[in-house]
Ligand binder design. Structure first.
Ligand code: FE2
Length: 161
């Protein structure tokens, strides 16, 4: 399978989300490399790193949707939960000694692109409108002491740094 390359059409226009999606895409490519090398250690490291990052990303996205009062936050959260359950199952099979890398990679590759283009694309409009409203509010208030954007502060809460 060919490497996933980021396309313009994957962009949501929400900077933090696009950075996180690019990172997820990179993890899928790392898994591709690891499975081709037939390295269990590499596959293990990628799975662990990716699982961890995905949890943070999902939590960040869900918080954003919630704050924007996105009406489909519940169903979207459910889609995330389903993927997490599948990741857990794959991890367990992997730990039991099974070679799941090809199957897991194929699933993630399909899932990620589909999710970004369909499910994530659906929240972009209300979330961006919400973020614009916050920025305008901030600009009109006297709160100018913190130059970092509200969104990057929220991202730090979920990813640290
Ligand atoms: Fe999502």
């Amino acid at each position: 399978m060919t490497e996933l390359i980021w396309k313009q059409s994957y962009n949501t226009g929400i900077h933090e989300i696009d950075i996180q999606h690019r990172q997820l895409l990179d993890y899928v490519n790392q898994l591709d490399t690891a499975r081709k090398l037939n390295s269990r250690t590499k596959v293990k490291n990628v799975i662990e790193g990716m699982a961890d990052y995905t949890l943070s990303h999902f939590a960040f996205e869900e918080a954003l949707m919630e704050q924007a009062n996105y009406p489909f936050t519940g169903p979207h959260r459910h889609i995330h939960k389903t993927l997490i359950a599948r990741v857990v199952t794959f991890s367990e099979r992997f730990k039991a000694g099974e070679d799941i890398a090809d199957e897991f990679h194929a699933l993630l590759r399909r899932w990620l692109i589909n999710h970004i283009q369909r499910d994530d694309a659906a929240y972009v409009k209300p979330v961006r409108a919400h973020l614009r409203a916050i920025e305008q509010e901030k600009a009109s208030s006297m709160e100018k002491k913190d130059p970092s954007s509200w969104l990057s502060r929220v991202a730090k809460k979920f990813f640290g740094g």
